[in-house]
Ligand binder design. Sequence first.
Ligand SMILES: [Zn+2]
Length: 383
Amino acid sequence: MFGYADVEKLRGACAPRSAVLSLYLAVPLDPAGIRGLAAGAVELMACAVGLAGGTEDDHRVRARVEAADREAVLGVLAAHGRDWAGHTVAFFACRELGLFEVLPLPCLLPGRAVLASRPYIRPLLAAVQRCPDYRVAIADREHARVLSVSGSRVQTTATQVDRGPRSSGFGGWYGLQAHRTQRRIIELGRHHYRDTAAILERAAAGGHMPLVIGGHHDSIAGLLRALPAAAREQFAGSFHADPHSLTEARVRELAGPVIGRWVARRERELAEEVLAGAPGRLAAVGLPACLAAVGRGAVDRLLVPDDGMIPGFVCDCCGALDASRGECPGCGTAMRPVPDLLEEMVQRTLDDDGRVSVVRDAPFSVAAKLRFPVTARRAPASR
Ligand SMILES: [Zn+2]
């Protein structure tokens, strides 16, 4: 399945003397839309944002996609386009590098074509972040199932059955016997949730993956109470359903929106956290402050919006990034235009082992949580 490994592989590709085409194409669900797919791809590629042919005044101009790369994209689209209905497909092509990657993404993203010296990865990061792999635990008092969901693939990874007392134990008794039976049921229930929680704890130790719990209200509460701290931290939300009627496909249908809300909540919380930290010294908000922080390798987590591009310049000598044309403020070398400073900052942050989050409806152009305080060279700009 598509994931961070794909992003890292693409980050290794670089064509300093030519251009890598990155094309993000949303494939519609309806057959009429599929028929217009090739035309849509041609149109996007014709408007590719890049640098070739740039003028003094506008260095982010339409750039020409290599004919061979364009034909390769259209060939694959004609053969497989309808297989990707309802998804965005990402193409990365550069004949000079021998690069041709096609990645069907697990979600829909806006169409876009970019020509740059490296694959354009910001939308890929958004897709990884928005459609994470996750676990689902389905529990009642006796049974539990743990499923793992990766894209459209659902797999049951563990099942747990704890039989309650035999039905004869209920046989018309009241008073003490009934009381004992009731206590036994409660104890078995707790024991069962602890066993299920232990499965989830072992799974949680394998790496952070959000957890959704499904079932009846009391089972969800029982399992949540039994979860150890490590697994509890991964709890993303729950859904109510009758556990016995749930197919794997139905589990994914019900858990997907829970994960979607969890991802959106985390994006909002990250943005609020950085804005709340901005008056202190371990946060940067706005382009000048973030460029300074990236330049110093100070970014712990970079927060970028999911759309929009900010054209700018890079110094090939010392690596400085800047929004204005001219000589490098660091070393005096003439700077080279780049189509998107946000993308450059993303790449630089990942190079420095920082993390990147893509935020929808971000209340800033770019922001960052810092490892150490950095003072911006220029006066702070607007968000
Ligand atoms: Zn420089």
